[in-house]
Design a protein around this ligand. Structure first.
Ligand code: SAH
Ligand code: SF4
Length: 373
């Protein structure tokens, strides 16, 4: 079967072209031509590439194509959030989410099928099947989103930001995530600046330094607790990399200016981590690290033992942090009706079976939330 060129990085394209017999002299030119067709124009067939000679196109066509992975489902939320369930040829599925927000649009990209970690509040962590995505599979998520949003060849972009916050722990798939982000950020291609790309990690300490040196995107840390006892429970990888080591790694993460702050993510769990004392502990803990705290209202999923904090409590928590000198935006849940919100991603069939009960539960939560606003 022919191989797809969509999602490949420059090194991979170079080596395919070399194996076809393209001379060293022509290699860069050919790679750049393909790069432009794939990542600027969004070409869907090799025959479209009219600035390549007929003969070269014929040779390419014999071995390659521009096929995208299959979209097994595309859902649009009442708030405009879109979710694609993407199926790869081996049958494994992942989810990619687009969140429009005024002038800004964020694409939430997955790095693994499932996740080997098991944070107790996260739905993805309950998924059994796990494998790393290749850098091609990571990049193809954006190609699919751009196809669906008809974003090729446009000056005004829908996708302005990328977050590695879909399924999986990106720092457990380091090389492929690094290579994928470098394709996203390439000026002559997809061209999303690294300042607009955020990598979120549960805290794989030794890899944070590597990410600083080799990736250089913005960094988000899933903190969620202010002491090791509680964090061990919520984010079990904390037993291996405790809070002190994690914060040291954050202090050493390279930053250009103050503007390149680290984001700490803090999921709001009712009566677990949302007290006013814990808000004050949080300020003490991160003092000296230029950062902001994203408060994420817990997104429920069937079978979870947690509840989302009351809205008043989230606001109180946020006020304390603001007064302590840190920005603490509350991340409004988006796409809850299509299970596209943080921590709700899980690509298996069990979710489908529970969907009726689940939808009722969500409708109730949503009406409570609207009532509070
Ligand atoms: N594995 C990485 C990135 C993916 S998770 C990480 O853990 O950072 C993206 C964010 O969603 C993380 O901050 C995660 O802690 C948070 N999250 C997971 N489950 C959630 C849920 N049910 N409600 C709200 N946020 C959740
Ligand atoms: Fe994995 Fe992140 Fe979910 Fe934890 S929160 S289980 S690291 S995807």
């Amino acid at each position: 079967m022919n191989k797809s060129l969509v999602g490949l990085n420059k090194k991979e394209l170079n080596s395919l072209l070399t194996s076809m017999g393209v001379s060293e002299k022509q290699l860069n030119m050919r790679t750049n031509q393909l790069w432009n067709w794939i990542y600027v124009r969004g070409a869907k067939s090799i025959s479209e590439m009219t600035n390549l000679s007929k003969e070269f196109r014929k040779e390419l066509n014999e071995q390659f194509n521009l096929t995208r992975p299959e979209i097994s489902k595309n859902e649009i939320s009442s708030d405009g959030t879109q979710k694609w369930l993407i199926k790869f040829p081996d049958g494994s599925e992942i989810e990619t989410v687009f969140i429009p927000d005024g002038d800004r649009g964020t694409l939430c990209v997955s790095s693994q099928v499932g996740c080997t970690l098991n944070c107790t509040f996260c739905h993805t962590g309950t998924q059994k099947l796990v494998r790393n995505l290749s850098s091609q599979e990571i990049v193809s998520q954006m190609v699919i989103a751009k196809d669906s949003l008809s974003e090729w060849n446009k000056t005004k972009r829908d996708i302005t930001n990328i977050v590695m916050m879909g399924m999986g722990e990106p720092l457990y798939n380091f090389e492929n995530v690094r290579d994928g982000i470098n394709v996203f950020a390439d000026d002559a291609g997809l061209s999303v600046s690294k300042r607009r790309i955020t990598l979120s990690t549960s805290g794989i300490v030794p890899k944070i330094e590597d990410a600083g040196n080799e990736i250089g995107s913005m960094l988000a840390i899933s903190l969620h607790a202010t002491n090791n006892d509680l964090r061990n429970e919520l984010v079990p990888i904390n037993k291996k990399y405790p809070i002190e080591e994690l914060l040291d790694a954050c202090k050493n993460y390279p930053r250009v200016k103050n503007s390149k702050r680290i984001t700490f993510e803090y999921v709001m769990l009712k009566d677990v981590n949302d007290s006013e004392a814990q808000a004050r502990d949080l300020i003490k803990l991160i003092s000296g690290i230029p950062s902001k705290i994203n408060l994420i209202p817990f997104n429920p999923w069937p079978g979870t033992i947690y509840e989302c904090s009351d809205w008043d409590q989230i606001e109180k928590f946020s006020d304390i942090i603001n007064r302590g000198g840190y920005a603490s935006p509350i991340r409004m849940p988006r796409g809850r009706d299509i299970s596209a919100a943080c921590g709700q991603l899980k690509s298996d069939t069990k979710k489908e079976k529970a969907s009726i009960k689940y939808k009722k539960e969500l409708a109730k939560l949503e009406s409570e939330r609207i009532g509070r606003l």
